[in-house]
Design a protein around this ligand. Structure first.
Ligand code: NAI
Length: 257
């Protein structure tokens, strides 16, 4: 039985990687979590694993949702209302996380639309259908963008555009929703999302870590800590912002030696 005052978060794309790490951080901070993903088998397994690992006071439940499909989004939000009775935090994390689209002159409209449909239209749809519940609790939204909203490698137009659009969607919704629902973005840099066993057996190179001013590549919990803060009352004076968690990479000048 959940306490009536346990806050409830919905995390999209939480079957693995950053979303699963964010869900773990929220559970450890005392939230209940509606864990959602398009991948039903992996999502169920993640929910079971987190329930075992996190020893959480809150409740965890998996709900299947394709963020790019409005009917699926509406059905998921109905389930959240029925099963949890409230929503205090939304984390728009689901995304096609592979930035390489090949040469832009060969990028098909279909591939462009598929990526934008998940990474940008998805957060719009899930936010749209969450706002009524979030208003009731004076809740908050965190969008998981990327430092690629601000800087690029070659051949990443669709992904960079989706994340730049998501940062803009963040400040637009923040201004529209005002004091009712705060809206912020987190922009991670390089996050190692492989499971801990694989990170141990196939470690990254020292140079991968050392190129970061903080001396290491990021972990999903680094993003989780930012999300916990941004969803909490401690962040009550912050809205419309894009907070960067990249170990300092976007602050470092690089000259050829
Ligand atoms: P991942 O590929 O490990 O996990 C993404 C999850 O989203 C998967 O479980 C997948 O099934 C789900 N998903 C994909 N399409 C979906 C849809 N239409 N509806 C619902 N769920 C869907 O990716 P990762 O690395 O954990 O990334 C998570 C977020 O963080 C993404 O938005 C990504 O762009 C962003 N990000 C990741 C960085 C990294 O270094 N890993 C850096 C910066 C941003």
């Amino acid at each position: 039985m959940i306490e009536q005052d346990t806050p409830v978060a919905l995390v999209t794309g939480a079957a693995r990687g950053i979303g699963k790490g964010v869900a773990a951080s929220l559970l450890r901070a005392g939230w209940s979590v509606a864990l959602t993903d398009i991948d039903e088998a992996a999502g169920q397994a993640a929910a079971e694993e987190l329930a075992r690992l996190c020893d959480a006071a809150g409740r965890i439940e998996f709900i299947v949702m394709d963020v790019a499909d409005e009917a699926s989004v509406m059905a998921c939000l109905e389930r959240v209302e029925e099963d949890f009775g409230r929503l205090d935090g939304l984390v728009n994390n689901a995304g096609i996380a592979d930035p390489d689209n090949g040469p832009v002159e060969q990028l098909s409209l279909e591939a462009w639309n598929r990526l934008l449909g998940t990474n940008l239209t998805g957060p719009f749809l899930v936010s749209k259908h969450s706002i009524n519940l979030l208003r009731e609790s004076t809740g908050a939204i965190v969008n998981v963008a990327s430092t690629r909203a601000l800087q690029s490698e070659a051949n990443t137009e669709a992904y960079a555009s989706s994340k730049g659009g998501l940062v803009a969607l963040t400040h637009a919704m923040a201004v529209s929703l005002g004091s009712a629902v705060r809206v912020n973005a987190v922009s991670p840099g390089w996050i190692d999302t492989r499971d801990p066993r694989q990170q141990h057996s196939d470690p990254l190179r020292q140079i991968d870590h050392q190129q970061h001013p903080v001396g290491r590549v990021g972990q999903p919990e680094d993003v989780g800590a930012m999300v916990v803060f941004l969803l909490s009352p401690a962040a009550g004076f912050i809205t419309g912002q894009n907070l960067i968690a990249d170990g300092g990479m976007t602050r470092q000048m690089i000259y050829v030696e």
